[in-house]
Design a protein around this ligand. Structure first.
Ligand code: HEC
Length: 168
C-alpha cells in the first residue's frame, strides 16, 4: 500500500516537473518585449510598491523607505526613458515623461521630510499624481493596460483625471 503510494507520488512528481519545464518555456513574448516595455515593467514594480501602502493611515519607518526607494528608482528609470526613448515628434509624450519625473522627484522629497506634519497625505497624493500620469500617457498612446493591471481601478483613474488637472 505504502509502496503504491510512493510510486504514485513519484509519477506525479515527474509529471509535475515535466509540465513545469514546459511552462518555463511558454512565455516567449517576454523576450520579444521592447526595451521600453522592460523599463516600464520596472517602473511599474516600484510604482505598485508605493501604491500598495498608500491606503495606510500611518507609515512606519519601513513604509517610508519603500516610498523613498520607489520614488528614487522611478526617477532613475524615467531619466532613462527620457534619454533613450524620446519621441521628439510627440510633444504630449515628452511632456508626460517630464511630469512623471517631476512627480517622482516630489515623492522623494516628501520621504525626506517624513516627520513633518502632512507628509503622509503628501506621499499619498504623489502616488495618485503618478498614477494619473501613467494613465494619461497610456491613454494618449492607446495602450489599454490599466483595466487589466489594476482590476476595478479604471473608474477611479478616470474620476481622478477630472479631479486633478495637470500643471501646464
Ligand atoms: C510618457 C508616456 C508614459 C508614461 C508617463 C508611462 N508610460 Fe507606461 N508605457 C508607455 C509606453 C509607450 C508603453 C509601451 C512600451 C512598449 O510596449 O514598447 C508603456 C507600457 C507600460 C507597461 C507594459 C509593459 C509591458 O510589459 O509590455 C506597463 C506595466 C507600464 N507602462 C507601466 C507604467 C506605470 C506604472 C507608469 C507610471 C508610474 C507609466 N507606465 C507611465 C508610456 C508611458
Amino acid at each position: 500500500m505504502l509502496r503504491k503510494f510512493l510510486l504514485a507520488n513519484l509519477i506525479f512528481g515527474i509529471f509535475g516537473l515535466v509540465t513545469h519545464c514546459f511552462a518555463e518555456e511558454a512565455p516567449k513574448s517576454e523576450k520579444e518585449k521592447s526595451e521600453l516595455a522592460k523599463v516600464m515593467d520596472e517602473i511599474d514594480k516600484y510604482y505598485k510598491a508605493a501604491e500598495q501602502i498608500s491606503g495606510y493611515y500611518k507609515y512606519s519607518l519601513n513604509d517610508w523607505k519603500v516610498i523613498s526607494e520607489s520614488s528614487s528608482n522611478i526617477v532613475k528609470l524615467t531619466k532613462i526613458v527620457i534619454r533613450k526613448f524620446s519621441r521628439p515628434d510627440d510633444q504630449k509624450y515628452q511632456d508626460l515623461n517630464k511630469t512623471m519625473l517631476t512627480e517622482a522627484e516630489k515623492m522623494f522629497e516628501v520621504a525626506n521630510r517624513k516627520d513633518e506634519q502632512g507628509a503622509l497625505e503628501d506621499a499619498q497624493w504623489q502616488v495618485r499624481r503618478l498614477r494619473q500620469t501613467c494613465a494619461l500617457c497610456h491613454k494618449h498612446l492607446g495602450i489599454h493596460l490599466y483595466p487589466q493591471l489594476y482590476p476595478g481601478g479604471k473608474d477611479k483613474i478616470q474620476s481622478e483625471q477630472v479631479e486633478i488637472p495637470l500643471p501646464k
